[in-house]
Design a protein around this ligand. Structure first.
Ligand SMILES: Nc1ncnc2c1ncn2[C@@H]1O[C@H](COP(=O)(O)OP(=O)(O)O)[C@@H](O)[C@H]1O
Ligand SMILES: [Mg+2]
Length: 348
């Protein structure tokens, strides 16, 4: 794969406030990249700099190796779907989708063909003559996607396009968006604060906090091997355990744990709740259920142990016993279940 878009030391300051600091990012051609971070972390600012609507304070943006930092937005020609970027209410679906083509001066016959292709793409064939108000929220977003893709843009930029939809519809549109990405094979850059969406949709996730990129990688890599406490905590739930390392071992809470990446010094371990089993084995500990809740697909337990209170998630079908407060049990986790993470200042 080759690099489609590259950010080099990209920064944006508003007065003395740093909205984005020194962002370095490469997006492969045809990839689905998600910028993920809490509200105010700089996601929209990065997207707006890519789109050309916000001028960077420093740094460069390259498209196919060409510097586009100073290029105005209309000459970048990227497709965009933003949260509040509504359809034109007085235009039909077909007219909405044809709009970017009309602006570009495309002849009617060519336009009609493109519009019909775009309607197929988002599976809205037969809706051409409807007005936006005659469509559901999800269908309207699909029209917005068709309008953003109809002129074959090099990049599609999406800023929380699904965040206004309810949970079930959002899940449907996520599937739709992923399928759409496969069908068109273009480079998508999506912004969200929704961890599940980022993990399930993306080839690559870039995690932002306070305007700084924290870690960039494949979803599983970020989830399984977070580098910092922030990343571990933001991308799902985690237990954090302080200890002292020697090669292959971590001493914590009066017990010695086998830990695959331990070398020396004070360390912080991140341990996902679903990596802990009710079992004997490596790193087995006595535990006592302090509280529990039923989640449908599983149980969430809080278990008091020598390492402190640990969250434990069990799939319902694998729970060996019905949880009860005060129940004594043995828990265990493998030597490679936990990861040593950097204890960044943003710790919860
Ligand atoms: N035009 C602006 N003037 C001053 N501050 C801004 C401006 N735009 C954004 N910011 C600030 O920059 C930070 C990042 O904003 P934004 O990129 O919109 O975050 P996100 O999209 O991750 O929620 C926020 O603290 C926001 O208040
Ligand atoms: Mg935003």
């Amino acid at each position: 794969m080759s690099t489609a878009l590259e950010l080099n030391a990209l920064s944006k300051r508003y007065g003395s406030f740093v909205a984005v600091e020194n962002a370095e990012l490469r997006v492969e051609r045809g990839a689905f990249l998600t910028l993920l971070g809490p509200s105010g972390s700089g996601k929209t600012t990065i997207l707006m700099m890519i789109a050309g609507f916000t001028e960077p304070t420093q740094g460069r943006i390259l498209l196919d190796g060409r510097d586009i930092t100073a290029l105005p937005p209309e000459r970048r020609d990227f497709g965009m779907v933003f949260q509040g970027y509504a359809l034109f209410p007085h235009m039909t679906v077909a007219e909405n989708i044809a709009f970017p083509l009309r602006v570009r001066g495309m002849a009617k016959a060519a336009r009609d063909e493109k519009v019909s292709g775009a309607l197929d793409l988002v599976q809205l064939t037969g809706f051409a003559d409807r007005l936006p108000k005659q469509l559901s929220g999800g269908q309207q977003q699909r029209v917005a996607l068709a309008r953003a893709l109809v002129f074959d843009p090099a990049l599609l930029l999406l800023d929380e396009p699904l965040s206004a939809l309810d949970k079930k519809l959002r899940a449907e549109l996520q599937d739709e968006l992923r399928a759409l990405h496969r069908r068109v094979g273009r480079t998508f850059i999506n912004v969200t604060h929704d961890q599940d969406e980022a993990l399930s949709l993306s080839d690559t996730v870039a995690i932002l906090n306070h305007g700084r990129l924290q870690q960039v990688g494949a979803p599983a890599e970020l989830y399984e091997r977070p580098r910092t406490r922030f990343v571990a905590d933001f991308l799902g739930k985690s237990n954090f355990i302080r200890g002292h390392a020697e090669p292959g071992l971590v001493h914590a809470g009066g017990v010695t744990l086998r830990q695959h990446d331990a070398t020396s010094g004070d360390v912080l371990l991140s341990l996902r709740p679903e990596k802990i089993a009710i079992a004997e084995g490596d790193n087995a500990l006595d535990g006592r259920i302090a509280s529990w809740s039923y989640l449908g697909a599983g149980y969430a337990l809080v278990v008091d142990t020598a390492l402190g209170a640990l969250r434990v998630h069990l799939p319902s079908w694998r729970a060996p016993v019905a949880p009860a407060e005060g129940l004594l049990l043995r828990i265990a986790f493998a030597a490679d279940a936990a990861t040593i993470v950097q204890d960044d200042a943003d710790a919860p």
